[in-house]
Ligand binder design. Sequence first.
Ligand SMILES: [Zn+2]
Length: 261
Amino acid sequence: MARLPPYQFGIWLAEYLYSHCQLCHIQRSMLHASVASACTSSTTKSIFTAFNNGLLCEHCQHSISWLPDPLAVDIASNLALPIQAATFYDYPIRQAFRSFKHSEDITKLPLLIHVLRQLPRPLGCNGSNSVIVPMPTTDNRLRQRGFDPVTILSSYLAKHWQIPLWRGVVRIDSTVSQQGLTRSERLANLDDAFMVTELPPAKRLLLFDDIATTGASLQALARALYGGVDTQYGANTGYDSANTKSYNHSFYAYALAHGSS
Ligand SMILES: [Zn+2]
C-alpha cells in the first residue's frame, strides 16, 4: 500500500466534509447550488460540490493569478532551467505560506495544496520516466524548525502528478540562510551546497521548491545534478563532460509561488 502523505486525513476532511472556501470561508457549494440541488441527499450534495469546486469558492479561485510566466535560469551555457510556479508570492498565498512555514500552521495546508494542484502534470512526464527532486534541507534546519515544508508539499505534488519523489541529493550544512541576500550573493552562497549521492532513476528530473524567490536555489540544485551526476556517474550515463550535447537528462523546476505580480 502506498504511504499516505503527512496530514492526509486532515486534507480529506477539508476536501470532503468542510464545505467552506479555504480563503473566505463562505459555503463552497453556493455557486454550484443549482447543479447540486439535483442530488437527493445532503451528503451527496456536499461530496458533489467538494469534487467540483476544489478547496476554494469560485470567487476566490478567480481572484488569484495562476501559472505566471516561467522564470528561466541557466544550468550550463546551452541549457536553461524553466521554473514554473503555481502562482505569485503575493497576498493571500504569501501570508498562508509564512504561517505554515514559520509557525507550522497546518490549517493553511489545504489552501497550499490547492495551489499546488494548479500545476498541471508536465507534458510527457509520468511515473516511469520522471522523478520529483524536492529541494533538500539540512539536518540543522530540520532540527530548528521541527518539520520541513518542502517534504510535506512535495509529497502532495507526487500524489497529484502520480510521479515518485527521489532524494538522491543532500544539502551541505555550511551555507547560511538565503533570506536577505541578493541574487549574486545567493548564488555564491550556494556554491557546493548540494551533493549528488546516487544516480537518478529516471531521465526527467522535476525539481521542486516551495518558494522560488530568485530561482537561485533551484538553479544551484540543477547545476549540482548536472555537474555531480556527470562527474560521479558520467561513464554510466553517456554524458559528454565537455558540453551538453549528449546529456540525456532533462530538467524542469516547479515551485508553489515565485516573485510578485
Ligand atoms: Zn472564497
